[in-house]
Design a protein around this ligand. Structure first.
Ligand code: ZN
Length: 253
């Protein structure tokens, strides 16, 4: 009789199968936890079309912050004031780490464009309309990026996913997705000519890779929408090549 040993290739295949099944189970559990955050946020508040959850009491000054979010969202041709918006304030870093789906607790906010279109915002000082920086130093461009900027920015990601599909992140360039969210988030607080001059001079803050800021992307979106007169639909239907846009921006007007 032949001994009943398993061929090494079959043993590896079986181990792989078990590993994949385990990973799939963990991923499914994670997605389920992420899709239903409401029970783990103890505090709740509602204002107009904004529904909010938080792990800390929500100060009354949130209405001033949200009025400013509404003002910024008027810059968007996509935003529908009747559409309920769900916002989660994550004062404890683990919440942003978990629900942000990026395993990162340093970002200002994040929107789930794939599934729920919920918005998650980092620890904030709501009465002062500012997010709390992740490190000891204040955030870059703090004056142009109050808490209301971050909320409007993330809501814009959700609006774009509603208009152009849940897989926008796979189908459109980052300069367009982040540039438009920055464009709406800033609500008009953007000096185009000054930013263009800085871009041409190779300034740090106009280089996304070096600064982590979206001003470079904002400049490209503002160029098409405000200077060239494209509609947002036209930009999404046919986004120009980024290098071509760089070259066009560098030509003296
Ligand atoms: Zn963004």
């Amino acid at each position: 009789m032949r001994p009943r040993t398993m061929h090494p290739a079959r043993r590896i295949a079986r181990a792989l199968k078990t590993g994949i099944a385990g990973l799939f189970a963990v991923a499914t559990l994670y997605l389920l936890v992420c899709a239903f955050p409401k029970p783990v946020f103890a505090y709740r508040s509602t204002y107009q079309n904004y529904q909010m959850w938080s792990d800390q009491p929500i100060p009354g000054e949130i209405t001033d912050v949200l009025d400013d979010v509404t003002r910024r969202l008027r810059t968007s041709s996509l935003h529908d004031r009747e559409m309920p918006v769900e916002i989660f304030f994550c004062n404890e870093p683990w919440r942003l780490w978990l629900y942000g789906r990026a395993f990162n607790a340093r970002m200002g906010g994040v929107a789930d464009v794939w599934l729920t279109r919920q918005v998650f915002i980092r620890a904030s000082d709501i009465p002062a309309n500012r997010i709390l920086p992740p490190g000891p130093r204040p955030i870059a461009d703090a004056a142009q990026r109050p808490l209301s900027y971050f909320i409007a920015h993330e809501i814009t990601h959700s609006d774009v996913s509603r208009a152009f599909g849940r897989t926008v992140m796979l189908r459109y360039p980052q300069w367009l997705l982040e540039g438009y969210a920055d464009y709406v988030g800033k609500g008009g607080d953007f000096d185009f000519e000054d930013n263009r001059a800085r871009f041409m001079a190779g300034a740090w803050e106009l280089d996304r890779d070096r600064s982590g800021l979206y001003r470079e992307y904002h400049l490209k979106v503002a160029y098409l929408l405000d200077k060239k007169g494209w509609t947002l639909q036209q930009v999404f239907a046919n986004p120009p090549d980024e290098h071509e846009l760089d070259a066009r921006l560098r030509v003296n007007p």
